[in-house]
Write a protein that binds this ligand. Structure first.
Ligand SMILES: C[S@@+](CC[C@H](N)C(=O)[O-])C[C@H]1O[C@@H](n2cnc3c(N)ncnc32)[C@H](O)[C@@H]1O
Length: 668
């Protein structure tokens, strides 16, 4: 294959692919040979100096990542990431894990059942690369230093995790090597890392045991602590430090919800919950925003309480609306109006909800208005998902598939789905990487930025984890499907990336800024159940912002399976290779069966003729075609047709000839 990077397509030469394979295999070999070896202590000063140097280079925009990178034109490059054996995140609560020391780390080991507490090494910067960031951490005494790397993740709040903390607790630490053979603690699952900010006291809970008097004193002290957390949260909110405000309110709530405090001052927890609901809305943590708002309701009749409950219903309503739970949102806003009938914002929401419920019921979208409101800064639309024309059922030989629940006319809307998550090429999260997967030894071009965004969305909204994880992926995790522990949500990042690579869709370049390194991609959970067919596709996708609309390309009967085409290439070998590499299956539709039986030389000949026909179509417009051009087109169509075996292709479209035949038809 020629090394041809035109900015939109990525081609790897065998030599380049080999370099990636060899580096990653060498690293994995080194890992497997050193399983259980004792950790070698580091020279702390040299380690911090090294990080400082790397960080300076990163800031200056120099060649920063010693990992493999692959040039893809326009001065850009893709990181190349090795996918080794995936491993599940820790699902054991922190308090059940036994503490361990840095000095006890063993090479290439997942320290199951253990936890490691480390602090940031003093004056050590965080080195940030496209696909990972790292820094040096130390034990409490500061006499042991180690590298800590976090892969493909920022924080739930979008900032770099390693920048935001002073102390980290690593659950079941994984100690391994980088591609360069350097030892490192490595975090793949963000839920394996507990972040302790300087400003937050995680010891929080106060003991209220002892004599009555002591218990009363302890309760009063606890109440004071909770109140001061609330005040500090409010102060952080004023300064727009939402993550800190969230941390402070959370700390305060832990204390305020203790029985002794909540009995003495039941409104304190309500007040903090109401404030945290506001912060959660701003952070798009919608599940918690909703539960916080509900928890803050007083249900009392006095004017002040009514005002507070109006706020709470508003926050709950906004959270439910953003989660697409329109009926529930309607109930919240209606409750609000009982308390404050003159509230204008709830009226606006109730009007919007009416539209959303109608879209949800019959797919009656106002496409003109939706398109008119789209822009580069507002590329997402406010719409409901409409799926009631479809159902998901078993599709023999293909897993599950999407089926028509009723008859759909040609051109009719099969379904409309608002994206679960989209990353546009012009957004900072957009990142494509080359992944070499040791399990099947294939190199893939993967939308890792979309995977990172999906992980953050799931961590922020754990109610979505189960339906996301139900999507098809090769790697099933540990099969226990634990998505929550008392320490918070658990997301198996490696499984998310696997699911994203098999279920993500490209949106095309809506704002003309995408290339191979930053393609716009997204996940639509319901549409992801649609299987592929090369010739029986009866549905076509269309995007309006992040709304995906599937339309019938011909009349569809109730009960018929809905197929889309994952790959339109008429080149059998390229198509099969893409279907196998990206989606892991060999297509056995009538076209693929017939083409597979062709002699490879016949397929090559057909490809060449098709290329000639395409070049001809490009040169000659059918409207002005002279007789000599028509004759040439006829000869080309005839030559392509002759590459098809009459018996084998009975009833099977001769797709290589379609475009030139279309030209001839128009030129008539
Ligand atoms: C986007 S998902 C489609 C839904 C999937 N069938 C499921 O059970 O969730 C893509 C996966 O479906 C399967 N698939 C899709 N089209 C297929 C086909 N024509 N033949 C065999 N498997 C197919 C492959 O396993 C592929 O990785």
């Amino acid at each position: 294959m020629a090394p041809q990077n035109d900015g939109n397509t990525i081609f790897l030469t065998e030599k380049e692919a080999d370099r990636i394979r060899k580096t990653i295999e060498a690293k994995l070999k080194k890992c497997s040979e050193s399983v259980g070896n004792a950790r070698e202590p580091r020279d702390s000063k040299a380690a911090i100096q090294q990080a400082t140097g790397m960080s300076l280079m990163a800031d200056m925009g120099g060649s920063t990542d010693p990992d493999l990178t692959q040039p893809v034109g326009r001065g850009r490059s893709l990181p190349a990431i090795g996918v080794g054996q995936p491993y599940p995140p820790c699902i054991v609560p922190l308090r059940d894990l036994k503490p361990m020391k840095l000095a006890d780390l063993k090479m290439e080991t997942h320290h199951r059942g253990r936890r490691l507490t480390v602090k940031c090494a003093r004056r050590c910067p965080v080195v940030t690369h496209a696909a990972r960031s790292w820094t040096m951490v130390q034990n409490e005494a500061g006499d042991e230093t180690e590298r800590l790397e976090i892969c493909l993740h920022k924080s739930r709040h979008g900032e770099d995790v390693l920048e935001s903390a002073s102390v980290y607790i690593i659950k079941e630490p994984y100690f391994t090597f980088t591609n360069q053979g350097e030892a490192t603690l490595r975090i793949d699952h963000p839920s394996d890392l507990i972040i302790c900010r300087d400003e937050v006291d995680n010891s929080s809970l106060l003991s209220v045991e002892g004599t009555n008097r002591e218990a009363e004193d302890a309760a009063a002290a606890a109440e004071t602590t909770a109140k001061s957390c609330k005040d500090n949260g409010n102060a952080a909110l004023k300064l727009k430090d939402l993550p800190l405000a969230h941390a402070k309110y959370t700390e305060g709530l832990k204390v305020a919800r203790q029985e002794a405090v909540s009995t003495a001052n039941p409104d304190l927890a309500r007040d903090i919950s109401r404030n945290r609901a506001h912060v959660n809305l701003a952070l798009s943590q919608l599940d918690e925003a909703k539960t916080d708002a509900i928890a803050s309701l007083t249900g009392r009749e006095d004017q002040r309480s009514k005002e507070l409950d109006t706020k709470a219903y508003f926050r709950a309503g906004c959270a439910a609306y953003s989660l697409g739970e329109y009926q529930e949102a309607k109930n919240f806003f209606q409750e609000l109006q009982k308390l404050t009938p003159s509230d204008r914002d709830s009226n606006t929401y109730l009007r919007l909800i009416k539209l959303r419920l109608r879209e949800q019921e019959d797919g009656s979208y106002n496409f003109t208005k939706l398109r008119a409101n789209l822009s580069r800064t507002h590329p997402r639309v406010d719409v409901a998902t409409f799926t009631s024309n479809t159902t998901v059922k078993d599709s023999p030989g293909r897993g599950r598939g999407l089926f028509a629940a009723r008859q759909i006319a040609a051109g009719g809307i099969i379904m409309g789905e608002k994206a679960f998550c989209v990353v546009y090429g012009h957004e900072s999260d957009a990142l494509t990487a080359m992944t070499y997967d040791v399990r099947d030894e294939r190199i893939r071009v993967s939308p890792v930025g979309l995977g990172v965004a999906a992980v953050q969305k799931l961590l922020s909204n754990p109610s979505q984890i189960d339906k996301f994880m139900d999507l098809r992926g090769e790697y099933q995790g540990d099969g226990k499907n634990v998505s929550m522990t008392e320490d918070g949500p658990v997301v198996d990042t490696l499984r998310v990336h696997d699911i994203v690579s098999r279920n993500g869709f490209g949106l095309g370049s809506q704002y003309g800024e995408d290339d191979a390194s930053n393609a716009s991609t997204g996940i639509w959970i319901w549409t992801a159940y649609a299987n592929h067919s090369c010739i029986a596709a009866n549905a076509e996708k269309e995007f309006i912002g992040d709304l995906m609309v599937l339309r019938a390309t011909r009349p569809i009967e109730a009960g018929e399976e809905i197929f889309i085409s994952y790959d339109w290439s008429s080149d059998y070998d390229a198509r099969q290779s893409n279907l196998m590499t990206t989606w892991g299956f060999e297509c056995d539709c009538a076209l693929c069966v017939a083409e597979k039986a062709d002699d490879p030389s016949v397929r090559t000949k057909r490809r060449e003729l098709e290329g000639e026909a395409d070049a001809f179509i490009e040169r000659e417009h059918w409207a002005k075609a002279k007789r000599i051009a028509v004759a040439k087109a006829q000869r080309l169509a005839q030559a392509i047709d002759e590459t098809y075996d009459v018996e084998r292709y009975k009833g099977v479209p001769r797709i290589a000839a379609l475009r030139i035949l279309d030209w001839l038809e128009k030129a008539k």
